[in-house]
Write a protein that binds this ligand. Sequence first.
Ligand code: PEP
Length: 247
Amino acid sequence: MRTPMIAGNWKMNKTPAQTKALIEDLKKMQNRCGAELVVCPMTVSLAAASEALKGSNIHLGAQNVHFADNGAYTGECNADSLKELGVEYVIIGHSERRQYFGETDVTVNQRSLKALEAGLKPIICVGESLEQKQQGITKEIVCMQTKVALLNVGAQIENVVIAYEPVWAIGTGLTASPEEANATIAAIRGAIREVFGAAADRVRILYGGSMNAKNAHDLMAQPEIDGGLIGGAALAAEKFDGVVNFN
Ligand code: PEP
């Protein structure tokens, strides 16, 4: 009942010209497993991406959005501009934003509410640090992050995607085992159910953290895992192909 999603987070990579070239390669790729595909280039490459994606089934995502409509927020980007460029999804609260740019659960909530108000679908990232994992508090941490991020979301919950990304697995080559990721995602869904009831079963929850062609099949076979948020393996068409065609 939940359409799988494979989303590429290109982070601070790919100039507009490189974005266009990668999208031309991705458009030639088969999509045998039928997941919804999303690419999330840098803000400055979104216009080139939007143009290159015309007529394709690949959706466009941004990597952040501000919570104000306009104003004195140098370096930020508002939701209306993203909409105007044809952006549908926006990653919010990635651990790199939390680590390097002071993003908190509260600002993740504010950005998510603004995205939803503008008709953008947030991909909200949650995940525990290595220290929190070692303390055995993974589920508590991710459930709290999820609940705060979703404060006042109401009926718009159906337009939210959650990405469970253990911080220790991002860009490290380490992954949560499929069973471990499944259990944590089940806990996140339980937290959503506590607030939003049965709608929780319609919310897609992705796994992210060194997902690649080798581990995608086993991760995607888990019942609670609805797709992947892919960093490193999204930057070359042949690598992304191995994730997209995970079966
Ligand atoms: C990410 O940045 O969201 C991510 C999952 O990165 P990687 O796949 O490189 O671990």
